[in-house]
Structures are given as C-alpha cells and as structure tokens.
Design a protein. Structure first.
Lengths: 181, 500
C-alpha cells in the first residue's frame, strides 16, 4: 500500500511541477481571439457599442459578455463575421440593418462651426471655420458621431448610394418546383 | 486539353448554339446618318473614369479630347461629332441595374469638322513606346467587349517579353458579326494594325484565329496578310466560347494560362481584330476612337445588319435606323450569351459594344427553372473545367464561401452551363450574384483596413498638433520672458540717462 501511495504522490508532484513550469514559460499573454476580433472591428473608436473603444469591445466579445450585434457601423455583415469567428449562432433577424451609412452635410444649414470635424474618428470631414463642410465618402465609416455634435442638425446619416461598381446581381428566385425537389 | 482533342479537332468544352449570324453578316456595312445629340460616358473602360476637361457651352471638333485618362489603367474620351457641349450630367448606363453614370452630351452642328491631326508616314519607324503613347492618347480599349485599355496591355506585353500576338477574330457569340464585317471590308487595315501592335509589344509572330463559320473573312484576311509571312491566318473550329482569350490561346498555341496568371505570363497577348483596326487609325492617321461597327440583330429588327456609328449614339436611334417589326421584348447590349440586358433604348452606344440585339418575345422567353437532376451536362460544357452543379447548389443554399472553394473565381460567366441545363436553372445569375457578394465582402475588408489606417493617421496628427502647440506655447513663454528681461535691462539704463 505504501508503494502505491508513494508512487502516486511522486507522480503527482512531478506532473504538478511540470504544469507549473509550463504555465510560467509557455503562457499566452491575453486571449488570442481578442486580437483577431479587434482586427475585425472598424477601429474607429466611435463608442456606439457602449464600450470606450474597439479594443474594450473586443475583450467583451471574447469573454462572451457582449452580443455579436453590438457594432452599428459594422452592421449585419460584421455580426456574421463575428459569429463565425466565435463559433456561435447569432440571431440576426432582430438586427435592423439599414446597410452601410454615410454622413451627409445639408449645405444650406451648415454654419461652418468645425465641431463635427473634431469628433470624426477618421478625419473624413473637410472644412474650415465659417466654410461649408463636406464629407469625404471614401473615408466615412458611418459611425454617426458627428450627427450628435452638429448644433444645426445639418449632419444626417444617409444610406450609401448604390453605384455601378457596388451593384450586385440579385439572387435568382427559387421556384416552387425546385423547392419541392 | 486531353489526348482526344489532340487527334480530333473538336474541343471537348463549350457549346454550339445556332449562330443566327446570317443574314445580318452578309448585308453590306451601312453608315448611320449623324445623330443630333451624342452622349459620351466617362466610364467606358476598365479602370478609373476619365476626368472631363471641357465646359458646358464649349465648341468642340470631332476627335477633340473631352476627358483625360486618370490613373495608370484608364482611357481618355473624345468627341464623336463636332458641335457644342450641351450638358455634363447623369444618364442611364448600359448596365443591367439601370443605374446612372456621368456622360458628356454634345449637340451636333452637322459640320463634321475633324480636329487637326498629324498623320505618321511610317509607323514602323516609331519606337514601341511612341506607338503605345499614340494608342493611349487615342483612347483605344479592347473592342471585343472586355474594354481593357489597349496601351496598358502593350506595356505589359513588353515587360513580360511576349513572343506571340494572338488576334481574336473568333466572334463566337451568336448573332454578332461586327468583327466578321471589319475583316471582310477592312482586312488591310486590320492586318496593318496587327503589324503595328506586334511592333508595340515586340512579338515576332501574330496568329489570327478566325472561326471557320466565317469563310469570307478568312479569305479576305488571307489576301491582306499575304505579303507579311509573320501574320498567320488560322481558322479555328466553331465552338462557343472560342473568342474567350484562354480558349483561343490553348487552341492556337497549346499553351494553357494558369488560373491565377495573365495571358502575357505564358508569352502571348490577345487583341481583338477591331482593336487592331482602331490602332491602325490612331497610329497612321492620329484619329482617336470615336466610331465603331456595331451589329444590330434580333427577331424584332426589320433590317438587321452592321452599322458604322459614332460612339455615344442612343441605342434607340440605332434600332430606329434599322427599323423594328415589333416592340422588342428585350434589348441586349453585346451577345446573347454574355451580353447585358438594357432597361430601355435610351442608353448610349459605348466603346465595348459589339452588338445590340432586339429580341422578340419568342427569343426572349425564359423557361421556368426546374429542379437539378444532376445530369452533369454543365460540367461537360464548362470551358474552364469547373463544376457548375456544385457551385450552383452551394450558392442556392447561401454558402458563398463553399462555392468559392469550387473555384467560382475562375468562372467567366460564359453561360455554357445555363445553355445546356435541361432544367433551365439560371446558373450564371447565381454565379454573378455570388461573385458580387464575395467582392462586396472583400471590399468591406479593404475598407476596414483603410479605416484603421485613417484612425492611426488621426492619432499621429493629434499627437503632432499637441506637440506643436506645446512647443509654440513654450516658445512664446520664452519670448515673453526674454522681452521682459530686455525691458528690465533697458529700463534702468533709461532711468539712469534721465537722471544724468
């Protein structure tokens, strides 16, 4: 009996020691999935998800504390990507997706106060004091941060216009006969 | 290409639809009376849209530059008639979506005054770079329908040391005969253009592939190419899609272009016969690409045939010129296999439009799609060796990435699979839809990366501004301190002076 207790103890100590060493020298800093999620997020730190920035949102997503539908600028497409990355099935039906949005300046109301320029995370607004501002469409992420700051409500969000380059052939309608088969 | 194909000329891929080319192909070329207005779109080519350099109200001559190329892959636009620029604005694009794009409208003054040009007596005395420059300035793009700027292709051919120029006279699409007509009527121009292009890309031989359903064109080209042994006329079997570059290259040279490579990487370059004729016009006479031959055909057309028309003419005017038997059930720009359905006739003729088809109700009829019976006909027909049945099933189920694993990216939407499908499944529409969605996803990723770069640039800017502000504040403080010290130093001296 002593041999059995002794050998098991020895094994326990040896394996425990091995685990201890491994946890010290082979440790992974942080959760690797966090970085991958951060790469997926827009990175504009707009804060619409309720977190301070995209890194914090990524951390919450990795821990499973936040839903994959948290990012309004990313929309439905991002939610799908996040769900695939986290290996979960997301219910996207509730997510109202208005598609990608762009900020738009109503030129007759804009007073040229420069407030929106200061909050834009991607420097997508062009303008100077007492000059009508304008949005550079290629740079706008549609985060909507500027809409809240505009004192005259000249800034609005509009769906991204569909151009020849963006248009996609619709999926063919599946006929009843094909479904029955 | 299997062993079987080596001994038996008939390729194993593709389809052989009724070609419907005659009688339209045999009608002599007609010239369209100049239209009252032409609409020149800024985007008639692959690459960046041209940038307008004319103003509304400005008088322009025929062939005058309207918009200049922007970026490396782009082409300029020239005035197809002389007259006045009456508008620069949005018109309906010749595109299945029916969306608009920007075009320059010119009101014709019917004077038909060409801009002055400098003809080149001997184009073979020019360096390849000079020929490329002249071709680029003339706004020449691939006239077979791909509309890739020709000059960019020349430069590519020179860089990759291409030895063979393949001249595409295949014209495998049913109904179309524009290339057939240009080879019959202007064979000497085509051959001269071929030789100029050879000089521009440094090729030592040119193989002109012509489908053997065009015996008149083959005969005319043989006569024109007789004095030039380096230009070889090679009839090829009539088989759709013989006019696709990969299929024509393998048929004529036996070289297979890898999936992720361009034709130039196996030492060949493909140019259409009409493109070669346009190069002849541009280099010999300094004439930009402002007119082209277009086939008007289809069951609803009274007098089908080929028309020489200014680019920018409305499709409806071309159809009216040929007469309509009935209201067309569908108008198609290009061929029936790969062409674009048009929303209506009020769209302009563009550089890459080789045909306009007004189909009657019987031709335009789309049979109801049935279930897939897994017969495998589509697999046999696919010229790229893909599995349309598998790709279609994945896309129908919404699994686009699954379809991409079956090499959807290699599909060229030639329509052979949909043509042979006994269940009439719209396979090409599935593929086009999936390609669009996958490309949108890719674009989203690129946009995301661009956003990250912008955010980083902003962070750097804010940091730099804060630093500059702090430095400026420190400098002002130092200046103030210095001024104070100076004032203090001067003040006692002054008081001393006053007291003295």
């Amino acid at each position: 009996m002593l041999t059995a207790v002794g050998s098991l103890t020895m094994m326990g100590v040896a394996l425990g020691g091995l685990l201890g060493v491994a946890s010290r020298y082979l440790a992974v800093e942080g959760n690797p999935i966090e970085g991958e999620i951060k790469d997926l997020l827009p990175g504009s730190q707009c804060g619409q998800c309720g977190y301070v920035g995209c890194a914090q949102a990524a951390a919450a997503l990795a821990k499973g504390e936040a839903p994959v539908t948290l990012c309004p600028p990313g929309g439905r497409a991002l939610a799908q990507q996040l769900a695939a990355k986290l290996g979960i099935k997301a219910d996207l039906s509730a997510m109202s997706d208005s598609g990608p949005q762009l900020a738009h300046v109503a030129e007759e109301i804009c007073i040229g106060c420069c407030k929106c320029i200061k909050v834009c995370p991607t420097d997508a607004i062009l303008g100077a004091a007492k000059q009508i501002h304008n949005v550079i469409r290629e740079a706008c992420t549609g985060c909507g941060a500027c809409v809240d700051r505009c004192p005259t409500e000249a800034m609005t969000m509009m769906p991204m216009p569909i151009t020849l380059q963006h248009w996609i052939w619709p999926k063919p309608m599946v006929s009843v006969a094909a479904v029955a088969a | 290409m299997g062993l079987f194909d080596k001994f038996f000329k008939e390729p194993s891929w593709g389809v052989h639809p009724d070609d419907h080319k005659r009688p339209a192909a045999d009608v002599p070329l007609r010239i369209l009376p100049p239209p009252a207005k032409v609409y020149m779109p800024l985007q008639q080519h692959v690459g960046g849209a041209a940038r307008p350099i004319v103003l509304v109200g400005q008088k322009v001559l025929k062939g005058q530059l309207l918009a200049e190329a922007s970026g490396n892959i782009s082409a300029p636009i020239h005035a197809p008639v002389s007259g006045t620029v009456s508008a620069i604005g949005e018109i309906t694009a010749p595109h299945a979506s029916g969306l608009g794009f920007t075009a320059i409208t010119i009101a014709n003054d019917f004077a038909d005054r060409w801009i002055e040009s400098t003809p080149v007596a001997d184009p073979f005395a020019l360096t390849p770079e000079e020929i490329t420059k002249l071709t680029a300035a003339a706004g020449i793009v691939g006239l077979g329908g791909a509309t890739f700027p020709a000059a960019a292709k020349f430069a590519l051919g020179r860089r990759l040391k291409v030895d063979t120029l393949i001249v595409n006279g295949g014209e495998c699409e049913p109904y179309l005969s524009a290339d057939d007509r240009i080879m019959r009527d202007r064979a000497d121009q085509v051959v001269d253009g071929v030789r100029i292009v050879m000089r521009a890309i440094g090729a030592t031989q040119a193989l002109v592939g012509i489908e053997d359903n065009k015996p008149e064109a083959i005969a005319a080209m043989r006569v024109a190419a007789e004095p030039f042994p380096e230009v070889k006329i090679r009839p090829v079997p009539t088989r759709y899609p013989m006019g696709s570059d990969r299929q024509l290259i393998i048929t004529l040279t036996g070289r297979e272009v890898p999936a992720d490579a361009r034709a130039a990487e196996v030492g060949v370059l493909v140019h259409n016969v009409s493109t070669c004729a346009a190069v002849h016009q541009a280099v010999r006479f300094g004439r930009p690409l402002v007119e082209r031959i277009v086939t008007i055909n289809g069951g609803a057309v009274k007098n089908p045939g080929n028309i020489f028309a200014p680019i920018g003419t409305l499709v409806s005017e071309l159809l009216d010129f040929c007469g309509l038997k009935e209201e067309p059930a569908r108008i198609i720009l290009g061929g029936p296999m790969m062409g674009t359905p048009l929303p209506h006739g009020l769209v302009p003729l563009v550089k890459g439009a080789s045909g306009i088809l007004a189909l009657d109700a019987q031709e335009a009829h789309i049979p109801e799609a049935g279930p897939c019976i897994r017969c495998g006909n589509c697999t046999r027909a696919c010229p790229m060796g893909l599995l349309p049945v598998e790709m279609g099933a994945h896309i129908r189920a919404g699994d686009l990435d699954g379809a991409a694993k079956f090499m959807l990216g290699d599909c060229m939407s030639c329509g052979c699979c949909a043509y042979v499908c006994p269940s009439h499944i719209p396979l090409v529409q599935y593929f086009n839809h999936a390609k669009g969605e996958l490309w949108a996803k890719e674009r989203g990723k690129l946009r995301n990366e661009a956003t990250k770069r912008l955010v980083e640039a902003r962070a750097v800017r804010l940091e730099r501004e804060a630093k500059e502000k702090a430095e400026a504040a420190a400098r002002r403080k130092a200046e103030r301190a210095a001024a104070k010290a100076k004032a203090a130093a001067e003040a006692p001296a002054q008081t001393e002076g006053e007291t003295a």
